[in-house]
Design a protein around this ligand. Structure first.
Ligand code: PNS
Length: 161
């Protein structure tokens, strides 16, 4: 059993994330989407909400499961016996951000990081831009799953009220 982990904050999950998860699922026997619950950024959605959105969005992929994790990602990988971390790279900026993390994780353990090129159509899709555009009234249809878009619009409306 070759198990891989797709870690992230997923606040919220985008179609770019889902493309990477689906492609990872075609390369490994099982993919665990690992939602960071102790990362210190301000979040729009709680860990439970992010996990629920991911579970719904990945329900159609048999070998994908979703879990929260705390602490080091390499410790989580060891605990669940994952051999690789899979990350998507949209461009050079992602590579600059991801490379030191991959090297640190490789320094800490034997877990390998596998980079997949982001699909060209998703190159501009990020959770932070989705939130900014949606908060300013822009249409993010087609960039996130529809149930995620609906929760995003309603959470932003609650925040404004
Ligand atoms: O979606 P993000 O915010 O880019 O996800 C970053 C995440 C959660 C994958 C990364 O911050 C992480 O792995 N955090 C866990 C703590 C850890 O292991 N830090 C050392 C990384 S070298």
């Amino acid at each position: 059993m070759r198990r891989a982990v797709c870690p992230g904050s997923f606040d919220p999950v985008t179609n770019g994330h889902l493309d990477i998860v689906a492609r990872a699922a075609s390369l490994f026997d099982e993919v665990v989407v690992a939602v960071g619950v102790n990362v210190s950024k301000n979040r729009l959605f709680t860990p439970d909400e992010r996990i629920a959105m991911l579970r719904e969005a990945t329900a159609g992929i048999a070998n994908v499961r979703v879990s929260g994790f705390e602490g080091l990602i390499v410790d989580f990988c060891r605990d669940i016996e994952a051999v690789a971390i899979v990350k998507g790279l949209r461009g050079a900026g992602d590579y600059e951000y991801e490379l030191p993390m991959a090297q640190m994780n490789s320094h800490l353990t034997a877990v390998e990081t596998v980079f997949l090129p982001g699909a060209v159509g998703n190159a501009f899709v990020s959770s932070s831009l989705i939130k900014e555009v949606a908060a300013l009234g822009g249409d993010v249809r087609g960039l996130v799953p529809e149930p995620v878009r609906e929760q995003l619009v309603s959470r932003l409306a609650e925040r404004r009220a």
